[in-house]
Design a protein around this ligand. Structure first.
Ligand code: T5A
Length: 208
């Protein structure tokens, strides 16, 4: 039996990842692929509890950067080992809303944590496991945050200052330059139809 394909969606807040996840689902349904969809941080009961810890702002105990980093990887270890890898082994495709590249962009670029140290932890958690395709939805973070704000209350990350999101975006784009075979940049500021059609072309190439 052939293995499943691992597709990840990345981008700053409001870039349209959740929206475009539906495009990928439709594509996989039309092509009779078996698939599951998950999100990071989260995707299992334990990892969803960690997600709550990570996203909830609290005044009594501000989370330090190292805790944030290690919680991201704790959630990822749980999801990858108990859900993603078993699915892929059984020939089921996996669509994941955010994955390891988010840590490089947010904790590395955004928080300014040491990228070499992040790589070491990533290696411990993931080994050589990586996506077959990463779709990076790129948008000016000012526009992305306007979309996110229109949805209502902001979480702990969304309360960050704009220069944080600018660093996150720049790190994403730098990573895409370094790994152009896997990370494909899509303009997230285009019309919904154009973004979807770009993603469908990327999927045509992936499954060709
Ligand atoms: N994080 C995560 C880290 O710091 N390190 C890590 O390792 C990981 C894994 C997760 C947070 O955790 C951080 C990053 C995040 O801050 P989350 O709730 O999962 O939190 O946050 P996001 O993934 O950023 O989710 P968002 O919902 O904010 O962004 P999306 O999914 O990219 O945006 P989406 O699709 O919900 O769209 C937002 C709005 O824009 C509209 C949609 O209808 C929606 O209203 N929209 C468009 N409007 C016009 N034109 C388009 N092309 C549009 N596309 C979408």
């Amino acid at each position: 039996m052939s293995k499943g394909v691992f597709i990840t969606l990345e981008g700053t807040e409001g870039s349209g990842k959740s929206t475009q996840l539906k495009t990928i689902e439709q594509y996989l349904q039309q092509h009779n692929r078996r698939y599951i969809k998950v999100r990071e941080p989260g995707g299992t009961p334990i990892a969803e509890e960690i997600r709550n810890l990570l996203k909830t702002p609290r005044k009594d105990d501000a989370m330090c950067d190292t805790t944030e980093l290690l919680l991201m990887y704790a959630a990822r270890a749980q999801l990858v080992n108990t859900v993603i890898k078993p699915a892929i082994e059984q020939g089921v495709d996996v669509i994941c809303d955010r994955h390891d590249l988010s840590t490089v962009a947010y904790q590395g670029g955004g928080r300014g944590m040491d990228l070499g140290e992040i790589k070491v932890i990533s290696k411990v958690v993931l080994g050589d496991f990586k996506p077959n395709l990463t779709i990076l939805l790129d948008i000016d973070p000012i526009k992305g945050m306007q979309r996110a704000k229109a949805r209502g209350e902001l979480d702990r990350f969304e309360q960050s200052k704009m220069d944080f999101f600018v660093r996150v975006r720049n790190t994403y784009l730098e990573c895409a330059k370094q790994d152009p075979n896997i990370i494909k940049v899509v303009n997230g500021d285009d019309t919904l139809d154009n973004v979807s059609s770009h993603i469908r072309k990327l999927l045509d190439n992936l499954y060709a």
